[in-house]
Design a protein around this ligand. Sequence first.
Ligand code: IFM
Length: 732
Amino acid sequence: MVNRLWSLTEYPFQPERQLYYETIFCLGNGYLGNRASFEEGYAGDTPATLVHGLYNHAEGAQVAELANIPHWVGVEFTVDGTPFRMDFSKKDLLKPPNGVALGYQRTLDMKHGLLKREALFRAESGGTVRVTFERFASMDNVHLMVQRVTITAIDGAPTVHLRAGLNANVSNEGRRHWQDVQPHATPEQMTLTATTNQSGYRLGMASALLTNSPVQAQFDDLTATHETHIQLGKDETVTLLKLTAITTSRDTDDPLALAQSILSAYRQQSYDQLFAAHAAQWDRLWLTTDVQIEGDEEAQVALRFCAYHILIAAPRHTDDVSIGAKTLSGFGYKGHVFWDTELFVLPPLTLTHPEIARNLLMYRYHRLAGARRKAQENGYEGAMFPWESTDTGEETTPKWSDPQPDGTRIRIWTGDNEQHISTDIAYAVLQYWRWTGDDAFLIDYGAEIVLDTAVFWGSRVEARSGRYELTNQIGPDEYHENIPNSVFVNRMAQWHLQQALNLLGWLKQHAPHKHASLSDQLKLTSERLAKWQDIIERMYIPFDEEKQIHVQFDGFFDLEYIPVLKYEPRVGGIWPMLGHERALQSQVIKQADVVMLMALLGDEVGPREVLLNNFNTYYPRTDHGSSLSPAIHAWVAARLGLDEIAYHMFQHAAWIDLKDNKGNVRDGIHAAACGGLWQSVVFGFCGLHLTPEGDLAVDPRLPAHWKQVSFSVYYRGERRHFTVEQPALVAP
Ligand code: IFM
């Protein structure tokens, strides 16, 4: 029996919500994500499996995207000739034209990454079966997918005819990614090879239906199939196993050979053995991931849901991929990697699974060449990371939106001007270093990222009227594009340059060879460093002395004031109500911007009075049109003692996917909201922080009805457990 605080259940079958559940119940193992479409398939479904790093630029598309790989989930069967399906209408109950599904329940066990569906099905003949489908993406061997189908005759002695296969007739919402598709099948195994039609990645799949009854094999141009006939006796149960191994040329030179060897190694094992190995890995992962909340069961489930989705997207097998804004759970944002990873998803991983955080940072390190090319193409020095990133390291932000209702397309400027991404990455590198104490990583890789992105800012700033400015920027609040002097961007760039100087000082002392080689390689001359110091001293930080608040950007308060709260209740941002042009000319803010700065730099931004003024100014102007916003507000509000707002924002963040409160969960999980939720609890409500003395401390500010929060983090290689109680801390 799965614990209700560890699971999500769908009951009854809701065909109109299948896209929601495909995302919410997505399976994965850090290598791939598999949407929870049904084995037998239904009209309007979006079956998809996305493999980390497997990008392809389909003909006619603006940009590359993660290619949906051939469908391996399919299992169909008939009972006495009646196809097993669940999409019947109520009137069918009286006179079933085909068959009738009499019962249904589907559960995602988040503790062990298992999707289980149970149904009762009566065929036209009257023969009735109980069916259980189980599916998991093995955490033990990330190339292995396991499915078990259990069919029990509960009325009559029906004949079951079952087909399971591989099917390359797939696309990303119509965009085709595969060529040279070669299916093959023998009774022993089905295989399929294919190559992405632009990037040239090769895929190998090997699958088998394992059952005691004889198996017939077939294949055609796009599919490979195994079929079997089973005559069930009264009350008899039959169990079938389908194993599928998936590899690509990103893993090996011969993906098919590797897939076949994995299949032959694991086909000897029973389902229980395969599941036990998988579950043991999950237990290990949860050991440090799980945050336990006493006194709020809904919050507990939401937090586990978010952690589950981060864990299934988190690559443990390679340091050459990163997590996209929609994880691997849907086609949204095309699998592209944004700042969402470094500032939202990475912090929980840095503290709970530092080895995975390191992989994600190495993904950026491996793409420094692309960042340098971008800087050069734009007339700057150093490394300027792309706003949207894929496998190549090139800027992959589309230039134009999809057509609007009136058919026009809107120019997307983020790829040109949302430049804070370079500092966000540097921030994540330094945060990782501070928490892990991984000097080797910093010396060998991280320092180069921090320093060469600092070189970029040194060349990017504009000296004007005796100070340094940054015009034509987009801050986190993307409603305001190409603006002058975003306080977030200017202050973070200033912080970045200061960190770069500090880091150089540290390197000189602890790794003089590296200090010398990087100084040489990145041309860190004394003139350059003097300029950095000058920028730090004379960077313009927009601030209203009279009101004692930071000004989001020059001219912000000259724009139309729109009381955002008047536009409640609503599901999305108010931008669609105002229209693009008016939103741009108003003070409506899309997401935490000055508030984001306060989350990242805390007290360094200013005294408490200024922080409160900032929050009270910007919170009522923010419409949270981005899913990144509420969790950051919860975190900062908790630190400022604004308890009601903090919990309200926490709830908003918690339900983004589970209650589909952005209305787009079909496109995939909001990864940043998931990582943000963890931060709102651990950094916000529990107040975990590093002390100036170099230790850990908490400073709890729990919601009134939370009795206790327990969590573990790694600090400098040591696992530390905290139990934070209401109202005071119990010793670590
Ligand atoms: O990176 C975010 C951005 O901050 C807001 N729009 C969506 C992007 C991807 O999640």
